[in-house]
Design a protein around this ligand. Structure first.
Ligand code: CP3
Length: 357
């Protein structure tokens, strides 16, 4: 028997029946929570919080103390890998992530090390081990990474970008160099995610935040193929009576709704979808799990509007197994906390009629 007190999230990812639709939110531990802002100002900065396992653990648990969430996600960032490769990650207030060194040519790429997850990324593994212990089976713990393509965008652009001109220039003029970087990232990510599984992560999510900026051909060869390569290297275990013996993997390409069939074909367990996707048009529901897809801006609205939008998402998914309720992207930092409370409560209450356990 599994030692999990709440296994709805893992059951939904395996398309098994549940009593109501499990829900968690991307960026559920973050700046919209006053206790997060308080801890961050005490810690000094974001990276210190990520790199101090006790703080990362505390922040991971903060939203679970307030809301009846069905999963926890380890507090960290997708940019830990490029940082461990020596690029020097830092955050400037209001400007998002930046790197001291960026990647511009093949020799930069050749020099990048493949980080040993129990060395330069040990702080993430320690945070997972500690959080797993503290959770004590309350809900499952999600581990994560960025996709190779998404990490490469930050490494080549030197930080956040709007037009992705540097990486696209490399894609079309030096494709071999870019492939070499993506290959190195895929290998690093597979090691990193397997170490997270070893440390206790019970499900894995890969964030392909910027896959949607690619052309339909490039998406396949520069993003999806590398995510598939990672999938083939992950030690997912085997499905059994004990739900926790198998580690499901969710692939989330923001803006990837037009490529859902291709994403599903990778053999992932779940697809994450943003709010541009109509869940009623996904044909393989019940065979593959789907995570999503409320527009995070709905959370600015009044209670009734939140409720009617939750209802709409649940209706679109319908009576199939395999739905994990989430936002279509991360929660905004100025969302009122009580609106999140309404959302979680509404998902649990309104989803009951879609399940007969
Ligand atoms: O979801 C969670 O609660 C777990 C923690 C988590 C963070 N980042 C914490 C964070 C996760 C899963 C991420 C993933 C991440 N990080 C992504 C992929 C998901 C997505 O949003 O598409 C990306 C692209 C990043 C890179 C990154 N990190 C950016 C662009 C920023 C700046 C965001 C901003 O609005 O300023 C970060 C910093 C970051 N990561 C914060 C948090 C809570 C804010 C840091 C702070 O100022 O306290």
């Amino acid at each position: 028997m599994s030692q999990l007190k709440n296994d709805r999230y893992l059951r939904a990812l395996q398309c098994l029946p549940v009593d109501y639709t499990p829900v968690w939110m991307m960026r559920q531990a973050g700046r919209y929570l006053p206790e997060y802002r308080q801890l961050r100002s005490k810690a000094g900065d974001f990276m210190t919080m990520c790199q101090t396992p006790e703080l990362a653990c505390e922040v991971t648990l903060q939203p679970l103390q307030r809301f009846e969430l069905d999963a926890a996600i380890i507090f960290s960032d997708i940019l830990t890998i490029p940082d461990a490769m020596g690029l020097g990650l830092y955050f400037e207030s209001g400007e998002g992530p930046k790197f001291k060194k960026s990647i511009s040519c093949i020799s930069d790429i050749e020099q990048l090390p493949i980080p040993d997850p129990e060395q330069s990324l040990k702080y993430v593994m320690d945070a997972i081990r500690l959080t797993k212990k503290e959770l004590n089976g309350k809900v499952p713990l999600i581990g994560f990474s960025g996709s190779p393509w998404t990490l490469a965008t930050y490494m080549i652009e030197g930080g956040s970008s709007k037009a992705f001109t540097k990486i696209k220039k490399m894609l079309y003029s030096e494709p071999k160099a870019l492939h070499q970087l993506l290959e190195k990232l895929a290998n690093s990510i597979a090691l990193y995610l397997n170490a997270q599984i070893q440390a206790g992560a019970q499900s894995i999510m890969i964030f392909d935040t910027w896959g949607g900026v690619l052309s339909h051909q490039s998406y396949q060869t520069f993003s999806l193929d590398y995510m598939q390569q990672i999938l083939s290297q992950l030690k997912q275990g085997k499905k059994s009576q004990d739900i926790t013996s198998y580690i499901p993997v969710t692939l989330f390409t923001k803006g990837g709704g037009i490529w859902l069939d291709r994403i599903i074909n990778t053999g992932c367990d779940a697809v994450g979808v943003d709010w541009t996707v109509n869940l009623s048009q996904i044909t393989q529901k019940g065979k593959i799990a789907v995570q999503g897809n409320l527009d995070p801006s709905v959370l600015y609205a009044r209670k009734q509007t939140i409720e009617s939008n939750v209802e709409a998402v649940l209706n679109e998914y319908g009576y199939h197994n395999g739905h994990v309720f989430n936002l279509g992207h991360g929660i905004h930092q100025d969302i009122p906390v009580e609106n999140v409370q309404h959302l979680i409560e509404a998902v649990h209450r309104l989803s009951k009629r879609f399940h007969h356990d």
